[in-house]
Design a binder for this molecule. Structure first.
Ligand SMILES: *[C@@H]1O[C@H](CO)[C@@H](O)[C@H](O)[C@H]1NC(C)=O
Length: 531
């Protein structure tokens, strides 16, 4: 008789407890607070946008990944469903030395961390500042990077509610006093960093925008303040390229564009309490090219987020769908601000960057290139045979010798300039050893498979370490040697390594290739003999 009410009570309590725990668990699982390992402070930012496959997780990122995973996975699995699964229980944290404290990180690790781990994007996302007085019709918010050991701050901006007229984007924004406490320590739009090749937000704002009350009349003229006026609610992004001809320079610009959009999806707009952009908003991005460089190289990569055609400013003006009233305008980080540009004359030990591996999978996916290889097939050596500047004048002698010495290895001698971008990258994802004279072709180290090798023949006494450092970020082995400039009538003082051809000693080349080939032959997943 007394058993029945008791068991009802037990069930009621049990249900209450389960609901309570479930609610509690979810609160943790969706918490937007991530702890930054460098600054140690609580960051009010959204989680990073989906980063795609991350095959080479950075050991230095482990405490970001591990901490968030532990709290969400354990709490979620333990309390989802109506029954508590006792086989998957919550666990106590990892022993403390798995999560080094700020003091344990040495300066080099911090240098790498603030450039090549998600911390780079999280820092930009955290440092958003509104620059317009509240009575302005437009908004201009700018986000700022900070990298350890670099006094410069790079900026990107997003403007809301603007008007396009006469080749200018009009931003009706009364700039706030730079001495207001929340703006202290941040550059003011007029003093933003300047970059080479006349790129970056400062020059874009000077040449292609009008900021201030002088922008107000065009708002009147087009009735853009009237909510009934039709407006373009996409996201226009203004790109001023360095040239578009050099693969490395172009890729740096494109990656800075990707980082800009990533950071805008993570940064919380204080006015709305939501990120500046959602994942769905990225399909409304339209790239507008402001420079006059007459080429459309790499436009397929500018189309990563959205299929909307990339337009030059002239094409944009003529486009029948162009409207004067625009909801969103983005002024991105320039290529020169890219952390991959940094420290390229110094040797660095930054390994396995999650940012770099994410970019790799993004681009492969976007270009629909499969990274699957036939691991039983012979090893592939790809020799980049430059035909323009910095030719290797005895390249035929060297590649013939290589083919003769390694009958069981596929040696491809290619002029990358003859291939489309997709053809080049498809070749590189199947390459085990990539070799050539220092040049933009080495940018392809970004797309080599893991466990492969990069060989760089450096002209004269060039001490450039950019590709070597990039190989390190991908966890790829790197070998190099120097080759003298080819004989010439020109006096040495007038010769510049950029332009001069080189000649490389055959024995030195064979020695270099021997270590590079052997270093991949029986490593990782490969098994073929090479000689
Ligand atoms: C070598 O290249 C061929 C052709 O591109 C490819 O099918 C194969 O998977 C590559 N092998 C290795 C070991 O990378």
């Amino acid at each position: 008789m007394i058993r029945r009410p008791l068991s009802f009570l037990t069930i009621a309590i049990a249900i209450f407890v389960i609901f309570y725990l479930y609610h509690f668990a979810n609160q943790f699982a969706v918490s937007p607070h991530l702890r930054s390992p460098v600054t140690g402070d609580d960051t009010r930012i959204a989680p990073p946008p989906p980063l795609g496959a991350q095959p080479d997780a950075n050991p230095k990122d482990r405490y970001i990944t591990v901490t968030t995973t532990v709290s969400s996975v354990t709490t979620k699995t333990a309390f989802s469903g109506s029954k508590v699964d006792t086989t998957v229980d919550s666990v106590a944290p990892l022993p403390a030395d798995y999560s080094p404290s700020d003091d344990d990180l040495d300066q080099d690790a911090t240098w790498c961390e603030t450039r090549y781990s998600p911390t780079y994007l999280q820092t930009i996302a955290k440092n958003a500042r509104p620059f317009c007085k509240p009575e302005s019709q437009s908004q201009l918010d700018c986000l700022h990077s900070t990298m350890y050991g670099e006094p410069r701050k790079d900026s990107l901006c997003i403007a809301r509610n603007i008007v396009f007229e006469d080749l200018r984007f009009n931003i009706d924004c009364e700039l706030r006093d730079p001495h207001e406490p929340d703006l202290m320590g941040y550059p003011h739009p007029h003093n933003f960093q300047s970059y080479w090749y006349e790129t970056g937000p400062r020059i874009i704002m000077t040449q292609f925008t009008k900021i201030g009350s002088e922008a107000a009349p065009v708002f009147e003229k087009h009735a853009c303040s009237n909510p009934a006026t039709p407006r373009d609610d996409g996201y226009k992004i203004l790109i001023k390229r360095e040239g578009g001809r050099n693969y490395w320079h172009s890729l740096m610009e494109i990656l800075s564009f990707y980082f800009t959009i990533d950071a805008l999806q993570m940064s919380i707009n204080k006015k709305t309490g939501k990120p500046y952009m959602s994942a769905a908003d990225t399909s409304k991005i339209q790239v507008i090219i402001l420079d006059k460089h007459d080429n459309k190289n790499y436009f397929e990569l500018w189309n990563y987020f959205s299929p909307k055609p990339v337009l030059t400013l002239d094409e944009y003006v003529k486009d029948p769908s162009t409207k004067p009233c625009i909801s969103n305008l983005i002024i991105p980080l320039p290529g020169a601000a890219n952390p991959l540009w940094q420290g390229d004359w110094d040797p660095r030990i930054c390994d396995h960057s999650i940012i770099v591996s994410t970019i790799r999978s993004r681009i492969l996916k976007h270009l629909k290139i499969s990274a699957a290889r036939d691991l039983r097939s012979p090893i592939n050596v790809t020799f980049i045979d430059r035909k323009g500047s910095r030719k290797l004048i005895n390249s035929k002698e060297l590649t013939d010798a290589l083919i003769a010495a390694y009958p069981k290895v596929n040696v491809n001698v290619v002029d990358m300039a003859k291939l489309s971008l997709k053809e080049q990258i498809s070749l590189v994802v199947n390459t085990d050893v990539l070799v050539g004279v220092h040049g933009a072709g080495h940018t392809h180290v970004l797309f080599l498979p893991s466990q492969s090798s990069l060989v760089e023949i450096l002209p004269a006494d060039l001490g450039h370490r950019g590709f070597r450092n990039l190989a390190g970020l991908r966890g790829i082995r790197y070998f190099s040697d120097h080759a003298p400039m080819a004989p010439s009538d020109k006096p040495d003082a007038l010769r510049d390594w950029h332009a001069e051809d080189v000649v490389f000693d055959k024995d030195a080349f064979m020695k270099l290739m021997e270590v590079a080939i052997q270093s991949v032959a029986h490593r990782g997943l490969l098994d073929s003999d090479v000689s």
